[in-house]
Structures are given as C-alpha cells and as structure tokens.
Design a protein around this ligand. Structure first.
Ligand code: CP3
Length: 373
C-alpha cells in the first residue's frame, strides 16, 4: 500500500526532520539524538501519570500513551519520540495472557514449551493484531498531532518512531514464560524441535510485522525492531533460527510505500540488539537503514562490521549517565568522532535509560550532542 500526503512524512514534514534524514543516509547539521526508554521511570511526570494503572492497561489508553510519549520530547529536546508501548503488546492484542511485572518484565501464564503449545498459539490469526489495534492506531494519531504542535514551538519537525520486538526476543519470553538470563529454554527448543521453532517464529514475525505496519500506517515515520536478546546466539545459530523471521517481520513494512510526493524512496527501518557485536555483519544483511550498536563494542569496530551502506545508532554506555560531566563529555566527543566515518550517525545509549537516571543529566547530554562538531 502507498501512504497518502496526509501522513506526517508530508503533512508534518517529518521527511525533512534531522532524524529521518540521518536514518536515510544524509548528514544533518547536528547529530540527531534520542534515547531508548526515554519515556519511563526516570521521569517524575511519568511516575505521576502511571500511578494506579498497570503497564499493559496504560498501553491501551490513547490519551495516556500520547502524553507519556511526549514527556521526554518536551523535557529533553530530543530529536524524536518513541511510541510508548511494549514488545508484548501485539501478543496481548492476539489474546495471549501476559502481564508486565514491575522490576522483572513480561510474564506469561502459559509458557510455550512443546508442540501442542506451539499449535495453540500459531492457530491465532495474526490479523487479530490489526483488528484489535484500534487503541494503538488512535494513540499514534494523537501522538503525531501533539508532535506536530511541539514541532511548531521547536521550529523543526519531530518524527515518531514505532517499534516491535523481533521474533527471537519475543520467543525467548514466550518459551521461558518470563525473563531469563541465558534463554536456555528457547535455545533448547531450537535444537529439540526445529520445525516447531520455525512455525512459532514465523507466526511471531507476522504478529510483530503487523504491529509495525499498523504504527507506520497510523503516522509513525520510522520503525525499530528490538531483538534485545539475539546476543545469546552464535552467528551460525542466529542465521538459522532468528534472521529469517526478522526478515519476514521487516517485510511487512517494506510493503508500505512512502507518499507519492514525498521524494522518499523508503520508510526507514532500524534494528537494535544487546551484545550483538559478533552478529553485526549478519544483522546488516537484513533490509535495514539503521543498525543500533550497544556499548559492548567500540563504534569504529562496529562500523567495520556493518559496512557503509547503513546509518549507525548508539552507543554511549548507560553507566556514563552517572559519571562526572567532564568524563561523559569526553566520551560523547569520542563517539561523535567515530560516527563521522559512517554514512550517518544517530546518537543514542547502548541500551535503555536506567530508571535511577537523573533526568537533568539526559537534558544536558542532548545539548552536548547537539553542540558537538
Ligand atoms: O521510551 C521507550 O523506549 C518506549 C517504550 C518502550 C517500553 N518497552 C516501555 C516500558 C520500549 C521501546 C520497550 C521495549 C521493550 N520491552 C524491550 C526492548 C528494548 C530493550 O530494553 O531491550 C524489552 C526487552 C521489553 C520487555 C520489558 N518490558 C522489560 C524488560 C520491562 C522492564 C521491567 C521492569 O520493570 O524493569 C518492561 C516494562 C516496561 N516497558 C516499562 C516501560 C516504561 C516499565 C514499566 C513501568 O514503568 O512500570
């Protein structure tokens, strides 16, 4: 399908925003910056709004979602908003019983362990995500309207980034029944029942793919696939058990064409995983515009591995948010200098903002990145 000129790409000029230009390979005047988990517990205004509602109930409340998504944009002056939601939201929309336990993460009442569990789950039509996606569509619409208003105040267009979990990471939660350290149950299923694993991850690809497509169609200007736990796989196992389903999830967005008059060739797609240093060449073989780099690898080394055809995003160690300001400034300069070698660089952390972060440090960090030359 083709997006209309009413899409924020054209209607709110997000195609000309620093973030979208950098995602598509141009070098804007200043390095764009946003933070994974920028909306969340580090902000007192977030904690106040979230009082009394569960995480997943909050994700289905369009007024709450749009307000929470805007909070870090207003406070920190970042170059983009990331949609407030969670990687398990499409699974919840598909009717799978899941809760998010504070301080722990997603927990499933019925883990997917054997063939019968896989059959039960994959019998659900992925179309359900689209059919029940009304609150998500409404939340994206409200958010992009609010971003358009904020863009006027700021004097620069502000895009919304949509996201979804990659099939491997979702499967790691679903098979374990909750968070785990080394994802042993998931890795065990890959070897024990390769056909069942493929069926499960292909299904998850369609669930995540539809969730991504829904956000783009409703007004998001880019999408990021989070394969947070892919780093627990060897490159060989990643190519066999994770990459094909990630490619299938991304293909759902590649079917969406930018508005005719936008001059854009594609909707930008980004990818992020933790501890993926050894997987970067394989990840870069996916049809991506941006590859996220975590803090366990030097940016210049990461660039060697991903090549020059993609934009890189990252990779300040979140622990640096607690370092003396001058130490952090030196590290920011080093990362920006390394990023100059890439076709374009978007500044981010190597993983999410820790809840105990002082928000003023993040605001200062945005200024530091924008002032760097
Ligand atoms: O600002 C943003 O980045 C947007 C929102 C966002 C959330 N989750 C909100 C959230 C995004 C992009 C995610 C993705 C997500 N969720 C990932 C991939 C990114 C990553 O961090 O690797 C993963 C692995 C999850 C699963 C998940 N959901 C975890 C591990 C947790 C944390 C549990 C905890 O309490 O420590 C969640 C819950 C969650 N998702 C919170 C938020 C703001 C905290 C819930 C709360 O505030 O009560």
């Amino acid at each position: 399908m083709q997006l209309s000129d009413q899409h924020p790409f054209v209607a709110h000029a997000t195609k000309d925003s620093h973030l979208i230009r950098a995602f598509l390979g141009h070098r804007p005047a200043t390095t764009p910056v946003w933070f994974m988990r920028q909306a969340g517990r580090s902000l007192p205004e977030y904690r106040a709004l979230r009082e009394g509602s569960s995480m997943l109930d909050a994700c289905l409340d369009p007024a709450l979602v749009s307000e929470i998504t805007l909070q870090p944009v207003r406070r920190h002056g970042v170059d983009a908003a990331i949609f407030f939601s969670d990687i398990v939201v499409p699974l919840m929309l598909a009717g799978i019983d899941v809760r998010i336990v504070a301080g722990r993460g997603p927990v499933f009442s019925q883990p997917v362990r054997a063939g019968a569990d896989i059959a039960r789950v994959t019998a659900i039509d992925p179309q359900t995500v689209t059919e029940r996606g009304g609150p998500i569509i409404e939340a994206v619409r409200r958010t992009t309207e609010m971003l358009a208003a904020e863009s006027v105040t700021r004097g620069t267009p502000l895009p919304l980034i949509g996201f979804a979990g990659a099939p491997f990471t979702l499967a790691a939660y679903l098979v374990e029944g909750g968070p785990s350290k080394d994802h042993l149950a998931a890795r065990r299923l890959i070897h024990e029942d390769p056909a069942g694993w493929d069926a499960l991850t292909q299904w998850l690809a369609d669930i995540s793919g539809r969730f991504l497509a829904l956000q783009i169609e409703a007004g998001a200007s880019a999408a990021q696939l989070f394969d947070s736990w892919a780093g627990s796989l060897s490159p060989c196992l990643y190519r066999q058990a994770a990459l094909p389903a990630s490619a299938r999830a991304l293909a759902h967005v590649r079917q969406i064409e930018p508005p005719a008059d936008s001059g854009m060739l594609r909707v930008p797609l980004s990818h992020f995983g933790v501890g993926t240093g050894d997987l970067l060449a394989d990840i870069a073989s996916l049809d991506l515009d941006v590859v996220g780099i975590d803090h366990r690898i030097d940016l210049d080394e990461a660039l060697e591995r991903v090549g020059r055809e993609v934009t890189v995003q990252g990779n300040l160690d979140p622990a640096m948010l607690f370092a003396p300001a001058e130490v952090r400034a030196a590290e920011v300069s080093r990362i920006i200098a390394a990023g100059k070698v890439a076709r374009a660089h978007v500044f981010n952390l190597g993983h999410g903002v820790p809840p105990e972060t002082d928000p003023d440090v993040l605001t200062d960090l945005v200024t530091m990145v924008h002032d760097a030359r």
